[in-house]
Design a protein around this ligand. Structure first.
Ligand SMILES: [Mn+2]
Length: 325
């Protein structure tokens, strides 16, 4: 067994009352892992508190147990362990990060490349497809039988973070685990439907708007799409509805790197996607963000979409021309 994994097992076994947290603006991997871990610890007779800064958005509501999320913090002295899942940086714990980091032992399970170390015990493996895959390994080591709801959450986490087993992070072990989860009765078509074909008409109208912003650079190897506040207002949508839009420019045969610049309430967010060895974490890192080699992001405050495009394009061109693919 991996040493870091071996080190956190007794810590989790000894805990009696655990607060489980994940990153702000959770995605399916974050939320699926959190809910699954909650079930796993409950089945070991532990008390758990599933913490989230915001209620689960409508895209995550299909996950069994999503209604068990707690918004806000109770008295923290009751907890004898905090478990942070899918969180590559303590800042991503959100507004109450300092309160959470006061809980000890603080255990971190994460798969982000460029993970910034925090907490007392860490199992960080950027080679893993998803935190869902890591939670499965944890359950095995803890000797817990995975029930249907847990399998549902973990399969969803893995499918979402691998883009339906398409990304380079999909390993033989990933597929083996996915297979094991299916033996618990999980229906793969149902879950794919919930993740990829579960959208509103308004979202499709927003997609029309966003695709019309497509700009291609560097012999069509670099694609940029944008969305602004007016487009959200006009279509009755919010930034949550832009999930997966970045895959459209990325799907062009010629495109090596795709960027999506999103105007939000008080910041401009950027999602970056790449193919092969083009490491977009390096670019995200220059702007204070992070992520994985082929999927990363960052946020800038006090800038317009055009400001961001101006500083981002040279960096992406540099990456495109420096990498040997
Ligand atoms: Mn993840």
């Amino acid at each position: 067994m991996n040493q870091a994994l071996a080190d956190i097992i007794p810590v989790i076994q000894q805990a009696k009352n655990v607060l489980i947290a994940t990153h702000v603006f959770p995605d399916v991997d974050a939320m699926g892992s959190l809910l699954a871990m909650g079930n796993i610890l409950c089945s070991m007779g532990k008390k758990v508190y599933l913490y989230s800064e915001e209620p689960a958005n409508h895209i995550l509501e299909f996950l069994p147990g999503a209604e068990k999320l707690n918004i806000g913090l109770p008295g923290l002295e009751q907890f004898d362990c905090c478990l942070a899942l899918d969180c590559g940086d303590e800042l991503r714990l959100g507004r109450v990060k300092d309160n959470l980091l006061n809980i000890h032992p603080f255990v971190v399970v994460d798969h982000h490349a460029g993970h910034k170390k925090f907490g007392d015990f860490r199992w960080v493996d950027p080679g893993k497809s998803s935190t869902g895959e890591m939670v499965y390994e944890l359950a095995l080591e803890l000797g817990v039988k995975i029930d249907y709801a847990t399998a549902y959450c973990l399969y969803s986490a893995i499918v979402a973070d691998t883009g339906s087993f398409k990304y380079a992070s999909t390993s033989p072990r990933t597929l083996h685990i996915a297979g094991e989860l299916l033996t618990r009765g999980v229906n793969p078509a149902e879950i794919s439907g919930k993740i990829f074909d579960n959208f509103t008409k308004n979202r499709l109208h927003l997609l029309q708007e966003v695709l019309a912003t497509l700009k291609l650079y560097e012999d069509e190897q670099l694609a940029v799409i944008t969305v602004n506040k007016d487009q959200f207002d006009k279509t009755g949508t919010t930034p949550v509805d832009t999930e997966l839009f970045i895959n459209y420019p990325r799907s062009l045969a010629t495109v090596k790197i795709a960027a999506f610049i999103k105007e939000s309430k008080d910041f401009v967010g950027v999602s970056l996607r790449s193919k092969g060895n083009y490491d977009v974490t390096s670019v995200a890192g220059k702007f204070g963000g992070g992520g994985h080699r082929n999927a990363a992001g960052f946020k800038l405050q006090g800038k317009t979409i055009d400001d961001v495009r101006k500083v981002l394009l040279p960096e992406l061109k540099l990456l495109l021309n420096a990498s040997s693919n």
